[in-house]
Design a binder for this molecule. Structure first.
Ligand code: SME
Length: 167
């Protein structure tokens, strides 16, 4: 496909619907993980205009900054720390309407006001990364729309992660 997204919907629900098949096609045209994570982050930021969209990858018992779109960010997050480390350990999507009200939130940027973090699983179901999206608006993400949509989106990535045999 041409490297151009076709988006006509103005509401977020329609945009999620429009982007999904285009992103699925884009990812299926490339077998390597890294360029797909990069385009995935770019597509979400381009479509929704979020302040920061990116991945933290599970590596050596911590989260390491992966491909992202936005301002420079913290490079390492300990297991169980911040929104990202908590979503990883608890293996669930976290919607944070006000980052200042989240105990232990890691402020990579003072412009971030709300956040959603979605665990990414490999084909065996293991958490291998988290998708982190920050907004400069308060209460920008919902458990009703953004969480299930982004969980659907990250499932596109599962087959791309190498299976690990360590525990
Ligand atoms: N706020 C995140 C850290 C990552 S930055 O937002 C890019 C957290 O608390 O885990």
């Amino acid at each position: 496909m041409a490297e151009e997204l076709k988006l006509s919907g103005i509401d977020r629900r329609t945009r999620y619907e429009e982007l999904y098949p285009q992103l699925a096609a884009l990812l299926s045209s490339e077998p390597l993980l890294l360029p797909n994570l990069a385009n995935f982050a770019a597509a979400l930021r381009q479509t929704f205009g979020f302040f920061w969209v990116g991945f933290y990858l599970v590596e050596g018992g911590e989260l390491i900054l992966g491909p992202f779109q936005g301002d420079i960010a913290c490079t390492r997050i300990c297991r169980g720390r911040g929104v990202c480390g908590t979503a990883w350990v608890e293996d669930r999507t976290l919607v944070v309407p006000d980052v200042e009200a989240f105990p232990g939130h890691i402020a990579c940027s003072s412009a971030s006001r709300s956040e959603i973090v979605v665990p990414v699983h490999d084909a065996s179901g293991r958490v291998v990364a988290v998708l982190d999206i920050d907004s400069d608006e308060l209460d920008d993400f919902t458990a009703e729309l953004d969480a299930p949509e982004l969980e659907r989106y990250v499932r596109l990535l599962s087959p791309l992660f190498p299976l690990r045999d360590d525990t």
